[in-house]
Ligand binder design. Structure first.
Ligand SMILES: N[C@@H](CCC(=O)N[C@@H](CS)C(=O)NCC(=O)O)C(=O)O
Length: 204
């Protein structure tokens, strides 16, 4: 049985949760991090003191994108989440690394608007974060003009990593430019039961 450690409202936990749901794998999840804290047993599994951590038999894996790669390689279908052709796999793979930069850009707006009382908000930091995200999303928009998904013709790991952040981007009270291709992609993600279950929860 696979065990996933981490609170369900974390972007980085949502990624493996979504993939586990897409793959139809049985798993148990334990709340760790944020208000749930982390004990010594958890720190022994993940010396970074961060979530998520995945346990599968003797394997203890951390770093959310590395967890995605492991799950896809072990349980995925070579025609979808883990393409056999390295060049095909590389298309989605780069978006997983690109997403790490986006994760930094979203922090100002996410923490400011979701986790900070209104009176204490740093509006300059929120605006700078929104502006940085809007510029980055234009790069996604350009990619999606010639591709159905970030990973190519089908949903792949690049879409999982960025799709989690797209949900937050579209649910934060910020000004956004029109991005028709990105909105089409986001609409397709929202139709997936696995995305609905693991990603589409109120931001907290
Ligand atoms: N690079 C790591 C980053 C993990 C990370 O920053 N996790 C955050 C939540 S998204 C965390 O553990 N925060 C502390 C906490 O929740 O207590 C990954 O992708 O797994």
């Amino acid at each position: 049985m696979i065990t996933l450690w981490g609170r369900s409202n974390s972007h980085n936990v949502k990624k493996p949760l979504w993939l586990l749901e897409e793959l139809g794998i049985s798993y148990v999840r334990h709340d760790v991090g944020g208000p749930f804290g982390m004990d010594e047993v958890y720190h022994a599994k993940n010396p970074n003191g961060l979530i998520p951590t995945l346990e599968d038999g003797d394997l203890i894996q951390w770093e959310s994108n590395s967890i995605l790669r492991y799950l896809a390689a072990r349980y995925g279908d070579s025609s979808t989440f883990w393409p056999a052709d390295p060049a095909q796999r590389a298309i989605g793979d780069k978006w997983m690394d690109w997403q790490i930069g986006f994760g930094e850009k979203i922090k100002g707006a996410y923490l400011g608007l979701i986790r900070t009382p209104e009176a204490q908000r740093d509006h300059a930091a929120i605006s700078a974060s929104a502006e940085a995200m809007n510029s980055a999303m234009q790069i996604i928009e350009n990619m999606l003009e010639s591709s159905e998904y970030l990973s190519g013709d089908a949903l792949g790991l690049g879409d999982i990593a960025m799709g989690v952040f797209a949900y937050s981007y579209y649910n934060l009270a910020i000004d956004r430019p029109a991005l028709p291709m990105t909105e089409r992609w986001f609409a397709k993600l929202q139709q997936r039961p696995a995305y609905q279950k693991s990603v589409m929860i109120p931001l907290s």
